[in-house]
Design a binder for this molecule. Structure first.
Ligand SMILES: [Zn+2]
Length: 566
């Protein structure tokens, strides 16, 4: 492509809407334009990158036995009613009605529609296993679309669904996808970590996220440097603590006027926050839940919601708190609480002589002991893990990091096949539900993540495998243009993808744009080196540079491309 005829609108300034490096660079380098909040147009350069990422994904999915299909974006509401997700998906779902008043949604995901397809077509174990996938748009009406295409409302995703006869088959499919995902991200030049995650609204049991470590990431993970344990904090387990030593002392009420927060009460009473019991009230349907965590710990709402078995867990309002405890917020405690489901974290259960709210304004209780002063409905792990906590597998202190979730694989089991009656007959003629898995890669998000891991202060540094072009030829003047055109033709005809800067611009402008766009190999043709009969070759990554005679260029370029695995 010649820049004089290419549609590559680079910008000198960073638009104010951009917050993170990938978003800024894609706007400035002419890859992307915003159409509406969270909705983007992909210009030629990013389209080329997306096509390459998709090609890598296709090759790996096909190698793992996947077959590509294309499912509809517009999906009938009935299928979503059958699994309960028409309601569960809530405000995130884009909904619409046709002219007859029938309800549809724009697919936020495709479990329902593909399960329904397989339900209609598969009836025997002989037709299984089956791995079907597609690459297309997804729609989610995010509350806060942000970070450009990192969290958009319309985005491109690869989703594969596996259909097996039993759990063993699912385990095999899952393992294949785990390996295929590792291959995809490695080939895209990404360093990822596979972490245990929570399955959330999608349901199912085992699930891993593939996370690109990056400071701008919204996923918070913990991992162990000693063993292979790695998990999203929402999922990460905390080890139960042994019960503290010491004898329970008599319960004692103390006055704590105006002291509501953990910090206030701890400092007022001159004790460590770890001695306090934090009582957090939640509403779920008609039930009130009291979650107890230690004063220095945070509650993990995802864990709590999973234990309660709801997707609609909301903190109790002031009125509910007053009605249930008889006191305003800040003075709740487990002693004497009625008609509340009491869920206690391991660390609170281990406390001897803890301190809790007295369910009375301006008062707390000292020497609160579980079993004697209150009875839990359940003692379990409901706290948020943090860096420094012991690894649940080996006990080593966990490390923390932020990252971008670029892929997730799920073992769904039979949730969707049972809801949508996708059964098969086994060898004995017995009817059984198909066992499913689903596996997603955010394609547009993968592109943004590659930039997050590969850029410097001047611009993007594309890995060869996904670069929009392999070579950027910068011609510095009219006299040099003839040779530039010659090399352009030569390289292009040997299968090399070349962007030729043939514009009538100052060298400074051309170099700035070349750094910004970030094509891996740059060939500079200027009067100075040409006087020696040479052109300059250099890698955008800074790993190599040199001067070559024009007739050596083609060979060297092909060698560089091959050595970078593209
Ligand atoms: Zn460990």
């Amino acid at each position: 492509m010649r820049m004089t005829s290419g549609f590559i609108p680079t910008l000198r300034e960073t638009p104010a809407e951009a917050e993170i490096p990938s978003h800024k660079l894609m706007l400035r380098a002419g890859f992307l334009r915003r159409a509406a909040a969270g909705i983007y147009t992909y210009l030629p350069l990013s389209h080329r990158v997306l096509m390459k990422i998709m090609q890598i994904i296709r090759e790996e999915m096909n190698a793992a036995g996947g077959q590509e299909i294309l499912l509809p974006i517009v999906q009938p509401a009935e299928l979503w009613h059958a699994t309960g997700r028409w309601v569960d998906y809530g405000e995130e779902m884009f909904r619409l009605k046709d002219r007859h008043g029938r309800e549809f949604c724009l697919g936020p995901t495709h479990e329902e529609i593909i399960t329904s397809l397989v339900q209609g077509e598969v009836s025997s174990y002989r037709q299984l296993p089956l791995l079907l996938y597609q690459i297309q748009n997804k729609y989610r009406d995010e509350i806060r679309p942000r970070f450009g295409i990192m969290r958009g409302r319309e985005f491109i995703m690869k989703d594969l669904y596996s259909f097996d006869v039993d759990q063993r088959g699912l385990d095999e499919s899952y393992q294949k996808m785990y390996q295929a995902y590792s291959n995809v991200f490695a080939r895209c030049g990404l360093e990822t970590k596979a972490v245990l995650a929570d399955s959330g609204a999608i349901g199912g049991s085992l699930t891993h996220e593939f996370v690109v470590l990056a400071d701008c990431g919204e996923a918070i993970i913990v991992y162990c440097a000693n063993c292979d344990y790695a998990a999203n904090v929402e999922k990460a387990e905390c080890r139960p603590l042994p019960r503290e030593d010491g004898e329970p002392m008599p319960l004692e009420k103390v006055s704590t006027p105006g002291q509501k927060t953990i910090e206030q009460v701890a400092s007022f009473l001159g004790i460590a926050p770890a001695r306090l019991i934090k009582t957090l009230l939640y509403k779920s349907d008609d039930e009130v839940i009291a979650a107890l965590v230690r004063g220095d710990h945070e509650l993990n709402e995802v864990k709590l919601a999973r234990i309660v078995g709801t997707l609609q867990l909301a903190p109790a309002d002031e009125e509910t708190i007053l009605r249930v405890t008889g006191a305003p917020a800040g003075y709740c405690g487990p002693v004497g609480l009625q008609n509340v489901r009491l869920i206690v974290d391991h660390a609170v259960a281990a406390l001897v002589n803890g301190v809790a709210g007295a369910n009375e304004e301006d008062a707390h209780l000292l020497n609160v002991n579980m079993g004697r002063d209150y009875e839990p409905d359940l003692v379990t792990d409901i706290r948020l893990v943090k860096a420094g906590d012991p690894c649940p597998k080996c006990g080593t202190a966990l490390l923390g990091a932020r990252g971008i979730e670029v892929g997730q694989i799920f073992q769904l089991g039979t949730k969707y096949s049972e809801a949508l009656r996708a059964y098969y007959l086994d060898e004995k003629g017995e009817q059984k539900p198909i066992v499913m898995g689903c596996y997603g890669i955010g394609v547009t998000r993968t592109m943004a993540s590659i930039i997050e891991q590969h850029h410097d202060e001047h611009g993007i540094i594309w890995p060869m495998s996904v670069a929009p072009f392999h070579v950027h030829i910068v011609s510095l003047g009219d006299k040099e243009l003839a040779l530039a055109e010659e090399l352009y033709e030569q390289l292009t005809s040997s299968g090399v993808e070349v962007l030729l800067d043939d514009r009538d611009e100052r060298p400074g402008v051309k170099f700035k744009d070349a750094d910004l766009i970030g094509i891996p190999i740059r060939i500079t043709i200027g009067a100075k080196s040409l006087a020696e009969g040479k052109v300059e070759l250099k890698l955008r990554s800074g790993e190599w540079e040199g001067k070559l005679a024009p007739d050596e260029v083609c060979g060297k370029v092909r060698e560089l491309i091959a050595s970078k695995g593209a």
